[in-house]
Design a binder for this molecule. Structure first.
Ligand SMILES: Nc1ncnc2c1ncn2[C@@H]1O[C@H](COP(=O)(O)OP(=O)(O)OP(=O)(O)O)[C@@H](O)[C@H]1O
Ligand SMILES: [Mg+2]
Length: 296
């Protein structure tokens, strides 16, 4: 999916991107943005616009309908292209590479940032395109011309909100705990540094006690900042010789959350279960929890 976008992205010029932006803006008011609205925004002739829309439609960057009127919308592919274009313009990304992860709610790519000094090596970065709202969008996909409740726009809101939430908490926590450095964010996408090492689930640890202690002490620092990750497991922890890094933050909660205790317990439970199963390392859950809470 995204790979199609990337291949296609190279053939998108500024006029195509203007069309996508016009549709994006129009989608605040229309489920299917009328051709005339797009024309007004892009100031292209009808012939030009029809030709380009057909090209975009064929590459599945835009979705179109002919009835009750000719209208267009974009979905995640088009939205990815717009976010990527913004990163390219800002220079936070200079080229995008392979997909390295696809989760329930995101598609993650490696990318490269041009170094400030031309002689320096390119800097590897990660782009996480959020995908929240994807399933609900399909459910609400109906042909209606104008929605007062903007339900048709909900996937964009959901994915944007999650990206902003994740970027903001990463900025707050960066420097206090070990997480990848957040570098930029736009629409539903985040640029960040690559996490060091490898993902815990795919790693055979030589010193599991040391790593477990590192993880628990990070959880404790996060907690002392008033935060609970809430989706912690061997899938969201990277391990290297230097220590551990937690990724995947959009579902974090603060200590005031009504289920804060249960969420903390679930995080700790997932971690302890992993170490028990894979390394037969046992720790008392109650003791671990009170140690974490002792800091607050
Ligand atoms: N900063 C990073 N460095 C290296 N790899 C990363 C980074 N961020 C994400 N990934 C890779 O992308 C995958 C998905 O990322 P992440 O866990 O943030 O998204 P997700 O869609 O919320 O995942 P899920 O909901 O399935 O847990 C990760 O498992 C990891 O392999
Ligand atoms: Mg994850």
């Amino acid at each position: 999916m995204i790979d199609d976008v990337l291949r296609f992205f190279r053939t998108l010029d500024s006029k195509d991107l203007r069309i996508l932006t016009g549709i994006e803006i129009g989608m605040k008011n229309y489920e299917w943005v009328p051709l005339e609205e797009i024309r007004k925004y892009t100031k292209l002739s009808f012939e030009q616009l029809e030709y380009r829309l057909f090209k975009l439609f064929k590459s599945k960057i835009v979705v179109g309908t002919k009835s009750p009127y000719e209208g267009y919308q974009i979905y995640f592919d088009g939205y990815d292209a717009l976010a990527l274009n913004t990163f390219l313009k800002r220079g936070t990304v200079s080229a995008i590479g392979d997909e390295i992860g696809v989760g329930k709610e995101s598609v993650v790519h490696e990318a490269i940032q041009e170094p400030e000094l031309a002689i320096a090596d390119p800097i590897p970065v990660i782009i996480k395109f959020h995908r929240e709202g994807r399933t609900s969008f399909k459910r609400v996909k109906r042909v209606r011309d104008h929605l007062a409740d903007r339900e048709h726009f909900s996937w964009i809101y959901a994915a944007r909100l999650a990206a902003k939430r994740e970027y903001d908490i990463m900025q707050t926590l960066y420097g206090k705990i070990s997480i990848p450095k957040p570098l930029d964010y736009n629409r539903h996408a985040i640029v960040m540094a690559p996490a060091k090492g490898s993902i815990l689930v795919k790693t055979r640890l030589l010193e599991p006690e040391w790593v477990l202690d590192e993880i628990l002490s990070q959880i404790k620092i996060v907690y002392s900042e008033g935060i609970i990750h809430s989706d912690l497991s061997e899938y969201n922890i990277f391990v290297s010789d230097e220590g551990v890094e937690f990724i995947d933050w959009p579902q974090y909660v603060t200590l005031e959350h009504p289920h804060a205790d249960e969420l903390l317990e679930r995080d700790v439970f997932n971690v302890l279960t992993h170490f028990k199963r894979k390394y037969n390392l046992g720790k008392d859950m109650g003791e671990v929890i009170s140690q974490i809470k002792a800091s607050v």
